[in-house]
Design a protein around this ligand. Structure first.
Ligand code: NA7
Length: 546
């Protein structure tokens, strides 16, 4: 593959510094950020823990991993040439194809030459005298740069359950986010899966196809809805390629950057028959429509939420033959859509297989992992393999794994006691010249859309600074307060924020994450961008630049 031609001005690193910019992470964010900063002529280095590019899609190789976003709305939108060259083969791309895509991007834009793999950043300290960041890698080597950009993802630090005896199990054991690069067989094996979030659901429905016997340990059921994936033939792909401008324009307008638009009607504006027909239509449609394209009040009005929850509960009862099992699979402590909705393909039908057992660990808690398997309060199970689909130390976890220190040696952990405080999710007061791509309190959703916006905003800010020979950027207190207050205010009334999940900062396996915090911006992506656009248009008055 030939590299595209780009006019790159000569790099001009300030005296005494190794680089202008250090980026941590070579996932979707890091790759695009590198490309954009190269266009400014800056000398950029990316440090990446893995052996290859791809971030989420590099690490999450578990069976059945795939998009819940439409593939053609997920890819990068910045290059028309790339859009025309790449053919997605399924409407919701499986992980191997996505990883191939990201490798293709890295090759096409010749990105690898500035990426150092197998390089975990363990510390990053701001040096006031030189207005620069010094980062330390796991091997002890140090590197410095004017700017530090974290492109470490909101869901990248996996967490194991805090269950006694985890390390004693003698069989095969994998966390889904650290899945081996070699194929793993389930044939004839007794397999356990712990965790029934979006990852657990995708894993379970795939493993069930070939497993000897599968036991699912469920603590909290989630409201799942059908993905309705299908292949994309050549003709359809050609049609998609012609519509890319329209597709991305639509993603720009929607609440969370998906192609699905919230229905302007309220749930009880329509007759019961119309409501039922609309829910049926959404349930039969591909993707997140049932969550992101439903009546506008399903996530704010309890009665409306109960109506859609009741509809989905009926669907679960229709699909699962044993009513007692169906009942266990229906969430009781939260309504539909108030946690991330896992999209599924024949997930509920898995529970009709004679070789599948559901263990409700709220009824019979896991007491310990043993060398042979799992002991609950009422039984001892033997397994050949345990799969942990137990999620991530989300949003802040990947930051806290790095010894990040700003002015006066303060740690980021200290600065974020009680929950993150940021300026538009990109900057933290007292951590000058550090920019976060999809950090806490940015718009997430169909994430590459938010990533592209964040990357371009950060690039514009760095351009603004380098053109004016400015070398220090620290957000002002009042700007941080205003943004954090806005994050709180826009989340008011949202039923999502009344429920424990990674979206509200809860992970029982992590110290300090037992109670809900203001972990996530839950306003709309267009409102987020409008705020950021105004900051840029006003000359970045909210940031102390010098
Ligand atoms: P999630 O959504 O955080 O799910 C983790 C699952 O693991 C969830 O079912 C948890 O139950 C379960 N879990 C965690 N710890 C335990 C212990 N100790 N015992 C039993 N069960 C446990 O992570 P995912 O990887 O599925 O998805 C994360 C996001 O990544 C997803 O939203 C996508 O956007 C991509 P709980 O609900 O806490 O009772």
């Amino acid at each position: 593959m030939a590299a595209v031609e780009m006019t790159e001005p000569a790099a001009r690193t300030d005296a005494g510094l190794d680089y202008d910019v250090i980026i941590i992470g070579a996932g979707i964010s890091g790759l695009y950020q590198l490309l954009k900063l190269r266009e400014l002529g800056l000398h950029v280095k990316v440090f990446e823990t893995g052996t290859g590019v791809g971030g989420t899609w590099y690490w999450n190789r578990y069976p059945g991993a795939r998009f819940d976003s439409e593939s053609w709305s997920y890819g990068y939108s910045f290059s028309k040439e790339l859009l025309q060259e790449w053919d997605w083969t399924e409407h919701f791309s499986p992980q191997p194809e996505t990883l191939r895509y990201l490798n293709y991007v890295a090759d096409k834009f010749d990105l690898r030459r500035d990426i150092q793999f197998r390089s975990r950043v363990v510390a990053a300290h701001f040096k006031e005298t030189t207005r620069s960041w010094e980062i330390t890698l796991e091997d002890g080597s140090r590197h410095n740069a004017r700017f530090l950009i974290t492109a470490i993802g909101p869901l990248s630090t996996p967490t194991m359950p805090r269950i006694e005896g985890v390390e004693t199990f003698k069989g095969e054991a994998f966390h889904t986010a650290r899945w081996p690069h070699e194929p793993v067989s389930f044939e004839g094996k007794r397999v356990a899966v712990i965790g029934t979030g979006a990852t657990g659901v995708q894993t379970i429905q795939e493993v069930a196809k070939t497993v000897g016997h599968l036991t699912i340990f469920q603590r909290t059921p989630n409201w799942c809805a059908p993905l309705h994936n299908s292949e994309i033939d050549k003709e359809t792909m050609e049609g998609i390629k012609k519509r890319y401008d329209e597709i991305f324009a639509r993603c720009k307008e929607t609440h969370a950057c998906f192609v699905h638009t919230i229905d302007p009607r309220r749930t009880f504006d329509v007759t019961p028959e119309e409501r039922e027909a609309f829910f049926e239509h959404l349930y039969a449609s591909p993707g997140f429509g049932i969550w992101q394209g439903n009546f506008k009040d399903i996530l704010t009005d309890r009665k409306a939420n109960a109506a859609i929850s009741d509809f989905v509960a009926r669907k679960i009862r229709e699909r699962v033959k044993d009513p007692a099992v169906a009942d266990k699979l229906i969430p009781k402590n939260h309504g539909f859509g108030t946690r991330r909705v896992p999209l599924e393909t024949k997930y509920y039908e898995v529970y009709n297989q004679p070789n599948v057992k559901l263990v409700d660990i709220k009824e019979t808690p896991i007491e310990r992992i043993t060398p042979k398997g799992i002991k609950t309060s009422d039984a001892e199970y033997e397994f050949d393999m345990i799969i942990y689909a137990t999620g991530f130390d989300a949003i802040t976890g990947s930051f806290h794994r790095i010894d990040l220190r700003g002015t006066g040696g303060q740690t980021l952990k200290e600065a974020w006691t009680g929950g993150p405080k940021t300026f538009v999710g990109v900057q933290v007061e007292g951590f000058p010249n550090m920019f976060m791509v999809v950090g806490p309190h940015t718009a997430l959703g169909n994430i590459p859309r938010s990533i592209e916006y964040n990357v371009e905003w950060v690039t514009d800010l760095i351009r603004h600074m380098t053109e004016r020979k400015l070398t220090r950027a620290d957000p002002r207190s009042e700007a941080v307060e205003a943004w954090t207050e806005n994050v709180r205010a826009v989340g008011e009334g949202s039923l999502v924020n009344e429920v424990d999940s990674w979206m509200t900062g809860v992970n029982r396996n992590v110290e300090g994450k037992q109670v809900r915090t203001l972990a996530r911006y839950s306003g709309s992506a267009p409102a987020y961008r409008a705020w950021c656009d105004a900051v840029a248009a006003g000359g970045y008055k909210e940031i102390d630049l010098s």
